[in-house]
Design a protein. Structure first.
Lengths: 289, 221
């Protein structure tokens, strides 16, 4: 087959090629080394600086469509927080994020969650908090006004951890796991912006790779302390945990990064071959589309 | 209905509420009783959101019901939509009946329908993007001009820099990708953000002053 013809190949062949190439590393891990970006390193380092007992907000603001990127980010950070002895108040401003968040907590704290001794003192799950950015603002202004009960129907006033968590002044860190709105931009505008800025409400985030370029100005301005950039960022955080004294048993992102690498290589190969075919067609006076 | 009820009262409500929020945000200190009062006001948005949810359900059922009765475009999919809504609503109502509380409470069957059906369907649809991107990269990502050439080179550098294989080939790829994100991307996005913010402020002022009335619906003479 000549190159101009290859440029006009039936797209179904491309789909089959992509399927085969992406599937291969899932069965035979290639284990390419992970380079830690400064964005992820900063998120890890800031979490490390928090003293045991600090209150961390973990907000699951994503849906099933981006679960592959956001779930490993949130899971790795909550695991880290648990190992550091931080107190976790978890919630979701996306209705679809609430069941996913609960599943993550069950993975980290055990399948009996919330029926565990530390529930209510070291960890609380509020579940879905309604109102989007208004819900975020209310939660930052007066936590108890945002939601009366936790995910399981217990009045939050009866939970010892929530006695200490009354407004943004009590948050030592807001960890935002996001793939859209409401998400990191709204936390900055409606929580951090209303309560003294980055020094009073530090934020780290894990965002989908496609949305990270849009939040980089906040990071460069110092409003976000660290970013996990998509699946790669989650893999970097998992690597940092594995190399630390905590260890990390889940390895969700690291298992998928080889497949992502192969997918990226294949797309670059497609671009090169497509352009060679296009150039030859153009040279011969064809359309080359 | 008089123009006072349809136009002037909503405009007055918008103005008063807007001014209260401006004062609360810029002039009231955090933790003061006045600020707490405005916090309660914003919390009441939940009531409006819940009402909008019910309206959304009614509109959806009406739209797809009419489509089925008229045998409109893709009317068979409308049947699936209504069955899906009815089934999940039934499961949710069952959750209320058994728990006596709202839908998002941890009710096993409700969670199961979400986790084992909806999550997988949504993930499947989203994952199809990979195939479209591959096809688009092959067919549309062409070196047609200087601009597309720059886009292609930068895109390829990002693809290599943001996956482990890039670092395995050459350690410079991740560094270049980080620089692209941190510097040129930030500069461009910052400009867009500032433009959007200025536009949003001017729109807010126009709405507060009643100049912009599009949110009230079409004006009938």
């Amino acid at each position: 087959m000549s190159l101009p013809k290859i440029a006009r190949i039936d797209r179904r062949y491309l789909y089959i090629l992509l399927f085969i190439f992406v599937s291969f590393p899932l069965f035979v891990p290639l284990k390419w080394p992970i380079t830690i970006s400064q964005h992820t390193q900063n998120a890890y380092d800031f979490t490390e600086t928090l003293p045991a007992g600090s209150i961390v907000i973990e907000s699951f603001d994503f849906g099933p469509s981006t679960i592959t990127e956001n779930r490993p980010q949130a899971k790795a950070h909550i695991y880290h927080a648990e190992k550091l002895g931080l107190k976790v108040v978890a919630l979701a401003y996306w209705p679809g994020g609430a069941p996913i968040g609960e599943a993550i907590l069950k993975t980290v704290y055990g399948s009996d969650f919330p029926n565990i001794p530390e529930y209510g003192t070291s960890v609380v799950y509020l579940g879905y908090v309604a109102g989007n950015e208004v819900g975020m603002q209310t939660f930052g202004d007066n936590t108890w006004n945002a939601k009366g009960t936790d995910h399981y129907g217990t009045a939050i006033g009866t939970l010892p951890l929530m006695q200490q968590c009354r407004s943004a002044a009590n948050f030592s860190l807001w960890a935002e796991w996001t793939s859209g709105d409401p998400g990191i931009t709204q936390v900055i505008q409606f929580v951090q912006g209303r309560h003294g800025g980055p020094s009073e409400v530090p934020i780290i985030t894990g965002a989908t790779a496609v949305s990270v370029p849009g939040i980089m100005p906040y990071y460069r301005a110092g409003q976000i302390f660290g970013i996990m950039n998509g699946l790669a960022g989650a893999g970097e955080y998992e690597t940092l945990l594995v190399e630390s004294t905590y260890g990390y048993p889940y390895m969700e992102a690291l298992a998928l990064l080889d497949a992502q690498s192969v997918g990226h290589l294949l797309i670059i190969a497609f671009v090169i071959v497509g352009n060679i075919g296009y150039a030859i067609s153009k040279y011969r006076g064809g359309k080359g589309s | 209905m008089s123009v006072i009820v349809k136009r002037y009262i909503p405009l007055a409500i918008t103005f008063v509420m807007g001014i209260i929020m401006v004062i609360a945000t810029y002039f009231l200190a955090s933790g003061t009783p006045e600020r707490e009062a405005t916090s309660l006001l914003t919390a009441s948005v939940d009531i409006l959101v819940a009402t909008a949810g019910i309206i959304g359900l009614v509109v959806l059922l009406r739209h797809h019901g009419l489509n089925i009765s008229r045998r409109g475009r893709f009317w068979k999919y409308s049947i699936i939509t209504i069955i899906g809504v009815a089934l999940y609503l039934t499961v949710g109502l069952y959750a209320i009946a058994t728990h006596g509380r709202h839908l998002m409470l941890s009710q096993e069957f409700f969670s199961w329908v979400y986790s084992e059906i909806y999550v997988h369907m949504d993930m499947t649809i989203f994952s199809l993007l990979a195939f479209f991107i591959a096809s688009a990269a092959y067919r549309a990502f062409r070196l047609r001009s200087i601009e597309t050439s720059i886009l292609l080179i930068v895109g390829s550098l990002m693809l290599l820099g943001r996956a482990p294989v890039g670092g395995a080939i050459w350690q410079g790829f991740p560094t270049i990708a980080s620089w692209l994100l941190d510097v040129p991307n930030t500069a461009g996005n910052r400009a867009i953000m500032i433009g959007i913010a200025i536009g949003a402020i001017s729109l807010a002022i126009r709405q507060l002053l009643g100049v912009e009335r599009g949110y009230l619906g079409p004006e009938r003479k």
